[in-house]
Structure formats: C-alpha cells, structure tokens
Ligand binder design. Structure first.
Ligand code: PLP
Length: 395
C-alpha cells in the first residue's frame, strides 16, 4: 500500500525468492566444486531432479537439459525424422518453437489459431497429411483440443510433441499436460512457474526416445549408465548419435528441486488470481476472456483477453497507453513492434504464410502477466486499470 492508502500498481516482472533450502545445497556444491551432472557416481542433483519430475508428472523417463528449446530440438532429433520433414506447429507460439524445428533441419508448417488461442482443428486436419510430426505449443498455458489432435495423429501414426514450456500444472481430461503426446517439454526460464533462470526438461514413456535424447544431450562414453532403466537402448545408441551437449548442470537442479513441492500451491493461486481478474474484465463490453475448453484445468500465471466490439489498431494502441498510464503493461501481441510471438516476425523462416485468422486474433489479443504471488488487492488493481483504460478509450 502507498502512504495515502492506495494500492500502487504491482510490479509483475520481479521473481519470487528461491526457497531457502536451495542455499545449503548450493553452498555444498560451491565448497566441493561438484557442478557437473556426471561427476558423482550416483544421485547427482540433476539425476534426482529427473527422478522427482518424472514422478510429479507421472512419466517413466525425464531428461533435464539447458532449456525448453533444447528439449524441443532433442525431441525432434530423437524421433529420427528425415531431413526436411514437415512439422506442424501452431502459428501462435513463441519464436523458439519454429526455431527448434529449423535447428533440427525440419520444416515448420504453421497451423491457424482461433480467437480462443487454440489450434484451428479444420486447418490442422487439412495440413496433417503432409506432416511427419506435430509439435503442439500450449501457448501461455492454453490447451488446444488434445483429444481431437491425438485421435487424428494416432490414426495417421504421426508422433506428437507437447511444448508445455509454460503449462506446468495444467491438466487435460485428468492427465498432466506433457504426458498426452509422445514427449512433453517444459521450461525453467524465469518467467515460467518454476524459475531457475534457464533450464528445461523433457518427459516420455518411450525408452527408445529417452535413450536417443540422453545420448544426444551429451551422455558421452558410458555416462548413460547414470540414467536408470535404459541399459539396452542406450548401449545400442552409444557412439552412433552426435553429442549436442545440452546438459543441465547441478546448480540449476539445486535451484529447481525445492520449488517442485510448491507447484501445486502456485497452480491453485495462479488459477484463482486469473479467474478473479477474468471475471472483472468480462464485465466490460469491450473486453473478453475466451473460455477454456471443457477438459482443461488451467495453471495460468498471466491473462490473455481480446478487445471486442469495433476496435481499430489506433484505439488498441491508445488503450495500451491508457493502461500504461495506470501502471499496467498490456501487450497487444500483434501491435508491439517485432513481437517474438507474431508469426510474421519470424523472418528466419523466409516467406511466412498468410494466416488471416491467426493474424486477426494477434491484432486484438492482449497479454498481461499475473505472477502467482500477487495479492487480491493487487489483482483488483490490475483488473480495474484495464477496465478503466478500455472505458476511457471507448466509453
Ligand atoms: C518460454 C517458452 C519456450 C522456450 O523456453 P526456453 O526454456 O526459454 O527455451 C517455448 N515455448 C513456449 C510456449 C514458451 O512459453
């Protein structure tokens, strides 16, 4: 609270402190210099993280790596796709996703995304026959119709990788997101639910995919023996696959492990905070928070909403400025210069396709961070600032 009793605009960019338990472990590592995951004969912090994460999500294998982008790249490599294979990705995602496809020497095929931020199933079905793999990005935690996607892909024998970078804790039809497809990838970058600065992890039940990814992540010589349960598969692939050296180091694992028990609470707080703000925004005639699909239980740490009812690009920019004047940063995905989530900015792809549905959505879709640590008063401040800014411009 400010001295005059008014709540100040909350800072939504600061992180939460790392649990104190991480300190003792980091101190121990700094004293011993034991930072490399493969130095200790067993129970290295990275190996323990993999075990704990696999258990938390209910997957057989987990491989911790340097980022979610690295996990997405390794997932594609582990599928052993031919060079130039087409990989379907949603056109609304972070630039790291098409980048991982390019990195794996495959070709991304962008699929239209609707006003509700979810994959357009008609466009998906139309483009699927040319694809050899599918990478579904649960962008900002919004889950596309995974039942329909899995049904189509299973029938066609096409593997699905889930980019769950920003979806840890989301549940689809009672299943943890990241366990629905063949591989699930998560991020520990600072803006995600678990913060290690950088880091990623992939999970799978498939021993061949796990073994191949482990070797390529940099388990040189017989270091794969420190990944339990994969002896036959790893022995087969040793020295037959390139080593991309995308390993996680022990310090990152020490920062992540004490946050895993906090995930459930962060998810509950994030959901309550999101829904509290959504309810207030939906009272405005100019704003709309799209409904999640029925089977999705979300784990949001931000809110997305659409400007509805006759906005122009200029009035949307005025709205951004009016919110900013109230201390709240609203990003309209398609209107912020060079935005990494607007597909037309992915110039590294060469010519980007014309995707009118996704483009129209991005020009009116707004993004506001709602870190799970915010109080109800802070959430209400943000909601009021957004509603008032819209009223000021359109009222
Ligand atoms: C953050 C993010 C990524 C990239 O994660 P890194 O760990 O930074 O590589 C990929 N996809 C989505 C949807 C993300 O939000």
């Amino acid at each position: 609270m400010a001295p005059d009793g008014q709540t100040l605009a909350p800072n939504v960019y600061d992180a939460e402190p790392i649990p104190a338990a991480a300190r003792a472990e980091i101190d121990r590592m700094l004293s011993s210099g034991d930072l490399f995951r493969y130095t200790a004969p067993a129970d290295a912090p990275v190996a323990l993280l993999e075990q704990e994460f696999a258990e938390l999500l209910g997957a057989r294998y987990a491989l911790a790596v340097s980022s979610c982008s690295a996990a997405l790249f390794l997932s594609l490599k582990a599928l052993d796709l031919p060079k130039g294979a087409k990989v379907l990705i949603p056109a609304f995602t972070f630039a790291a996703v098409p980048s991982s496809v390019v990195h794996a020497e495959c070709e991304p095929v962008l699929v239209e995304v609707g006003e509700n931020y979810r994959v357009d199933m008609d466009d998906f079905a139309a483009k699927l026959p040319q694809a050899q793999a599918v990478m579904i990005s649960h962008m900002r935690g919004h889950t596309s119709d995974m039942d329909a996607i899995m049904e189509l892909c299973d029938a066609a024998g096409i593997p699905v990788i889930e980019d769950a970078a920003h979806s840890l804790g989301t549940v689809w039809n009672g299943r943890n997101i990241g366990t629905v497809g063949k591989v699930g990838c998560f991020s520990f970058q600072s803006y995600k639910l678990v913060n290690a600065g950088e880091g990623g992890i992939m999970i799978t039940d498939d021993p061949e995919i796990a073994a191949r990814a482990i070797i390529m992540s940099g388990a040189y010589e017989t270091n794969w023996k420190k990944h339990p349960g994969l002896t036959n598969s790893c022995a087969h692939w040793q020295n037959k696959l390139p080593l991309y050296n995308l390993r996680m180091q022990n310090l990152s694992a020490a920062v992540i492990r004490p946050q895993l028990p906090l995930v459930a609470e962060r998810v509950a707080k994030g959901r309550a905070g999101h829904d509290r703000v959504a309810e207030q925004l939906n009272l405005s005639a100019f704003l709309e928070v799209p409904e999640a699909l029925g089977p999705e239980e979300r784990a949001p740490d931000s809110i997305q909403f659409n400007l509805v009812g006759g906005w122009t690009d200029q009035s949307a920019l005025d709205f951004q400025a009016a919110a900013k004047a109230r201390g709240v940063s609203v990003q309209v995905f398609g209107l912020s210069e060079g935005n990494a989530r607007a597909f037309w900015n992915w110039q590294f792809l060469g010519e980007t396709p014309d995707l009118p549905r996704t483009r129209a959505m991005l020009m009116r879709a707004c993004d506001v961070r709602l870190p799970t640590r915010l109080t109800e008063a802070e959430l209400d401040y943000i909601a009021a600032a957004i509603v008032d800014a819209a009223a000021e411009v359109r009222g």
